[in-house]
Design a protein around this ligand. Structure first.
Ligand code: ATP
Length: 449
């Protein structure tokens, strides 16, 4: 029995209703497993990405940032092993035209034989033999398809980092050990996408490659494992919903010497799933690129007067999947004492919340809207606020609770004379009276971190 409830359907509907996430090209019936981020979703995703960038790049002297292109030389993907190895076995049903991974546990019998049964339409003998299917999207570079060369949409950002290893090292004069981090789009023609934004065909990655001297790699690997778990805890993800999963010998990717996933418990039948991978990739990638490009990718250690190809410890996390973990983790329905209607709350940590404060006039008269609007305009210079004067005040509070807004500021009958407002805390529901002059500082200090 799953411990944590399945809140996925509720989140899909809340996300659409409140403008977090929409299905891509919805008016045309949608695109397979591609999603668009609405006004609140884009704020949440940016806050998450900025948090990662700050932790991994800005606050450290030993990691540099990079933004490499999605389209790369096609040989990159031969060197990386993606052209030959980035494949999943796949079976098609001749009857219903649905497609499955060959290892789909719902398939009864061996695909390609008469007794094999299609898990979608139930027909027997209609599943073809398993075929290898490359997960990379192909496109053409150049004016005409027939003369142009085939290029791929990158399936990970890491290769853009490897091919720039010396550019970054030499331009910044960093010394090994040091890292290169980037955030960017990646594309995978996933066979079994789904579970909302958990597995999509277009997504983002926040990857960091840490270049170290061979022999020190496992020490750095342990260091990054702990650092990354701490980061996930810092997002407010519950302790008992996070765990490590160590890759066994047959799970290890061809390039990996060791790998741990950070897993989050998404509840329901999904349960614990990877949100981040920490990999010791050895010198596989740099060596491959040396071989395929004919260019040396060695580091010269001046102190020791020696050259070597560094080993790489990689941390690879998806902001989309982590955002889903944050929504699942934060979603709660609860009763409120003294009220008949319950409330839905997104318990986001304040620094991630898309809106930091709702600003309301208690009633639409006596100068309250003007005063509230002015406060909203002032605060907007420092953080995102939402002005709302429609409907009962309780309703307005509920609307903010549901999107994770940590504070609601209300201008009431006392505000003009006392130059103060009430500030309601989303979680404790307590209201405090705060002077308008100190409001920015008060909210600012409570949303930090
Ligand atoms: P999975 O086993 O779930 O396919 P992976 O091991 O292939 O993932 P990596 O290549 O290690 O994933 O990518 C690092 C991170 O990128 C993952 O932990 C995940 O957060 C994110 N990610 C990978 N594939 C997808 C996808 N199709 N949709 C959304 N996020 C993804």
């Amino acid at each position: 029995m799953p411990n944590q409830p399945d809140v996925m359907e509720k989140l899909v509907s809340l996300s659409k209703r409140r403008g977090f996430i929409f299905q891509s090209s919805e008016i045309y019936g949608g695109t397979g497993s591609v999603w668009d981020y609405g006004p609140l979703g884009v704020e949440l995703k940016r806050n998450l990405q900025e948090r990662w960038w700050k932790a991994m790049v800005r606050s450290r002297s030993d990691i540099e940032g990079l933004d490499s292109a999605i389209l790369m030389h096609p040989r990159v993907w031969e060197a990386s092993g993606h052209v030959g190895g980035f494949v999943d076995p796949l079976v098609d049903c001749r009857n219903c035209k649905k497609r499955f991974r060959a290892d789909d546990p719902r398939i009864k019998g061996t695909p390609g034989t008469p007794e094999a049964q299609c898990p979608a339409c139930g027909m027997k003998g209609t599943l073809g033999e398993a075929r290898q299917f490359n997960l990379m999207f192909k496109t053409f570079m150049g004016p005409a398809e027939d003369t142009a060369s085939v290029v791929y949409l990158r399936p990970e950002t890491a290769q853009g980092t490897y091919v720039n290893f010396l550019n970054v090292q030499q331009s910044t004069r960093q010394r090994v050990p040091f890292g290169i981090a980037q955030i960017g789009k990646a594309f995978r023609n996933e066979i079994t996408p789904g579970n909302f934004i958990f597995r999509t065909r277009e997504f983002e990655q926040m990857e960091m490659q840490f270049f170290v001297e061979p022999g020190t790699d496992m020490t750095w690997f342990e260091y990054w494992k702990e650092e990354r778990m701490k980061w996930h805890r810092g997002l407010g993800l519950a302790e008992d919903r996070l765990q490590f999963h160590e890759h066994t010998a047959d799970e290890l990717a061809h390039y990996a010497r060791a790998a741990f996933d950070v897993q989050f418990d998404f509840g329901g039948s999904l349960g614990f799933q990877e949100i981040e991978g920490i990999h010791n990739r050895g010198d596989f990638d740099l060596t491959q690129h040396q071989k395929f490009s004919g260019k040396k990718l060695e580091y010269f250690d001046q102190g020791a007067n020696k050259r070597f190809v560094p080993f790489v410890v990689e941390t690879a996390v998806g902001p989309n999947r982590t955002l889903l973990a944050i929504l699942v983790n934060g979603y709660r329905e609860e009763n409120v004492e003294g009220e008949s209607e319950g409330r839905v709350v997104l318990g986001l940590i304040p620094s991630l919340a898309p809106i930091k404060a709702g600003v309301f006039p208690l009633v639409k008269k006596d100068g309250m809207p003007e005063m509230a609007k002015k406060i909203a305009d002032d605060l907007r210079q420092s953080f995102s606020v939402f002005y709302d004067d429609s409907g009962a005040i309780g309703r307005r509070y509920r609307r903010q609770d549901e999107v994770g807004t940590p504070f609601c500021i209300t201008v009431d009958g006392e505000s003009a004379a006392a130059n103060s407002v009430t500030v309601r805390d989303r979680d404790t529901l307590k209201q405090e009276r705060i002077g308008i002059d100190t409001l920015r500082e008060y909210i600012g200090s409570r949303i930090a971190g």
